[in-house]
Design a binder for this molecule. Sequence first.
Ligand code: OFO
Length: 171
Amino acid sequence: MLSKNIETALNKQIRIEAESSQVYLSMACWAEVQGLEGVAQFMYRQSDEERMHMLKLIKYVNERGGHASITDLKAPKAVFGTFKEMFTELYQHELFVSNSINELVHVAFDEKDYATHNFLQWYVAEQIEEEAQAKTILDKINLIGDDKGGLYLFDRDIQQITVTSSVGINK
Ligand code: OFO
């Protein structure tokens, strides 16, 4: 059975994962209307993954005697100045999510809720992977700069970008 404190903290994370899904969906739309199909597909996939992260938390809360709350969400940014700006925001967003997961792990530990602490380890590993991937992409974008040809190739190659983290978690 979850304590009220843990339930509230997990519900906060459910909302963050839902908002992450919306953030990447909005990035997918912007990339798509800019004509970068590869980037758009990558963002659509990221958005789906965030929804999966949200669902995993929802199921956990409901199965442990809590009640997952589905709330209204903050509207994501719809327009970006450049692709570099968009990928910088993606990286910053992943850092923010990692922080939030770390805080959650801390709460679980403080409350001696070892089942939740154990459940959250999947998210800890996932964030290592997502942060590494976002950083790899941002490094590539920084190399390309404003070069249109580079961006064209990047759009083609982004489908292949995957970072094998040392943790080796399967999604
Ligand atoms: Fe939910 O992993 Fe990214 O944010």
